[in-house]
Design a protein around this ligand. Structure first.
Ligand code: ATP
Ligand code: MG
Length: 389
C-alpha cells in the first residue's frame, strides 16, 4: 500500500500576505531535511504539503521523525493513497487502519471532497466508509461528538487519501522567517534551551563559545558541539565561532577588582559577541540567562552587560524556573550531554564574593586598567569557525 505524509502548517495561517513566503521557507526546509532518505516529491496545495515517496526503499519512519522537528509544522499525518473510486477506498481503509482501529473503541469518519466531480458527496463517503469499518471491526462504535479517533478521507485531484489521527508538530515559525541571531553557547543546561526556543520563533542561529585552554579542555569544546548538534536537529546548520578567552580572563584577574571579575568577563563576552555578530549578519544576541539564577543574573548585573551591547539581547528563559528549562532540555535530548561534568570558562575563575548589584559607572571604573580594544582584537583574530549539522 502506498503511503504519503500530509503536513498542515500552524501559526502560518495567521500571517496574511506573508503567508506565501513563510510557506516557501517551510517547504525549502522540508526538502532539505528529507535529503538522504530516498527520492521523494514535495508538493503544496490548499494549505497542505504532500510528501510523496518515489523510491521503493524511501525511509518513511525516519522522514516522519524528522518532520516532527521542523518549526512551522503544527500537525502532520501519514496517509494511504487510493484510487479515486469507492471500491478501492472501501477495500484499503480497513486494512490500512487495522492497527489504529484495534486499539480504540469509538471513531467517526470525516470526508473532504476537493474534487467536486467525485460521484459521492461527503456525507455518503462517510456513511459507506463508516459502515465498512464497522463490518470489519465489530467492537467499534461510531461517536460523532467525542470519538477516540477521527478517520479522514480526502478526495483530491489525482487520488484519494485515508488517514487516522494527526501527530503534533514542533509548532513555532519556519526557521529563516525572523532573520539571524547569535547565541552565546556554554556547556550548561540553559543556553542550548535558549537557542532551541529562539530558533522556534523563526531565527537562523549562529553560535559563539568562549574557551579558556588550558583551563578548559578539548572535551568541554566537544560538549558544546554535541549540544549544538541537538539544537541543529531543529534549527538546521549552525555556524560556530570558538573564541580564545584565556588571555582576557587572565588580564581581568590581574588588572580588575576580584569581586567584579564575573561582571567584567561577561561584558567582554558581550562586546566580542556583538562585534562578531555584526560581521556575520546577526541582528541580535541570545543568552540562557534566567533572572536571579546566579549572581551575574540580577537585574543590575544584566543592565551592566547590556550597557556594552550594540544590538538587542534576547533572553527567552528570563522568566522560567529551572524545572521548566530542564523539561525542554530533556525534550530536545540535550540534558544528558549538559550534565556531563566538564569545566566551563565561567566556573574556572569564579570570584569568592561576586558583586551582584553594580551601580551605573562602577563596572567602567573597575575595568579602567584593562586594555580592552587590543584584547578584543586579538581574541577575534584567534577565532576558529566550524559548522554544526
Ligand atoms: P548555562 O546553563 O547556559 O551555562 P548558566 O546558568 O550556567 O547558563 P552563566 O554561566 O551565568 O549561567 O551564563 C549565562 C549565559 O551566558 C549562558 O546561558 C550563555 O548564554 C552565556 N555563556 C556563559 N558561558 C559562556 C561561554 N563559555 N561561552 C559562551 N557563552 C557563555
Ligand atoms: Mg554556565
Amino acid at each position: 500500500m502506498k503511503e504519503i505524509i500530509l503536513i498542515k502548517d500552524g501559526e502560518l495561517a495567521l500571517k496574511g500576505l506573508n503567508r506565501r513566503s513563510f510557506e516557501d521557507k517551510m517547504v525549502a526546509t522540508i526538502r532539505r531535511r528529507l535529503k538522504g532518505l530516498g527520492k521523494v516529491s514535495v508538493e503544496r496545495a490548499q494549505s497542505t504539503i504532500y510528501i510523496k515517496p518515489i523510491d521503493e526503499d524511501f525511509d518513511f519512519a525516519e522522514a516522519l521523525d524528522r518532520m516532527g522537528r521542523i518549526f512551522g509544522i503544527a500537525a502532520f499525518s501519514r496517509a494511504c493513497v487510493c484510487e479515486k473510486n469507492m471500491d478501492d477506498i472501501l477495500e484499503k481503509a480497513p486494512i490500512y487502519l487495522a492497527d489504529t482501529l484495534r486499539a480504540i473503541k469509538t471513531f467517526k469518519v470525516e470526508a473532504k471532497r476537493a474534487d467536486k466531480a467525485f460521484a459521492l458527496k461527503s456525507p455518503e463517503i462517510c456513511r459507506e466508509v463508516g459502515a465498512a469499518l464497522l463490518r470489519a471491526f465489530p467492537h467499534l462504535r461510531v461517536d460523532v461528538h467525542n470519538p477516540d479517533e477521527i478517520i479522514t478521507v480526502e478526495v483530491r485531484d489525482y487520488a484519494a487519501y485515508i488517514r487516522g489521527g494527526q501527530i503534533k508538530g514542533a509548532g513555532g515559525l519556519p526557521v529563516g522567517t525572523a532573520g539571524r541571531a547569535q547565541v552565546l553557547i556554554s556547556g550548561g543546561i540553559d543556553s542550548p534551551v535558549a537557542a532551541y526556543t529562539m530558533a522556534k520563533r523563526g531565527l537562523v542561529l549562529n553560535a559563539i563559545h568562549f574557551a579558556s585552554p588550558p583551563y578548559t579542555s578539548v572535551r568541554a569544546e566537544q560538549k558544546v558541539r554535541d549540544l549544538l548538534g541537538r539544537v541543529a536537529r531543529y534549527s538546521g546548520v549552525i555556524k560556530l565561532a570558538i573564541v580564545p578567552f584565556t588571555e582576557i580572563q587572565e588580564e581581568i584577574g590581574k588588572h580588575c577588582p576580584e569581586d567584579y571579575f564575573t561582571l567584567i568577563m561577561r561584558r567582554m563576552m558581550m562586546r566580542i559577541a556583538c562585534r562578531v555578530s555584526e560581521n556575520d549578519g546577526c541582528l541580535g544576541l541570545v543568552t540562557g540567562e534566567s533572572l536571579g539564577q546566579v549572581a551575574s543574573q540580577t537585574l543590575p548585573a544584566i543592565a551592566s552587560t547590556d550597557e556594552v551591547c550594540t544590538m538587542p539581547v534576547l533572553r527567552p528563559l528570563i522568566g522560567m524556573d529551572k524545572e521548566e528549562i530542564i523539561a525542554i532540555s530533556k525534550k530536545i535530548d540535550a540534558f544528558d550531554i549538559s550534565i556531563l561534568p566538564y569545566e566551563d570558562c565561567c566556573t574556572v575563575f569564579t570570584p569568592k564574593h561576586p558583586h551582584t548589584k553594580p551601580k551605573k559607572g562602577q563596572c567602567e571604573e573597575a575595568e579602567k586598567n584593562l586594555d580592552i580594544e587590543p584584547l578584543i582584537e586579538r581574541a577575534i583574530a584567534g577565532i576558529e569557525y566550524s559548522y554544526i549539522e
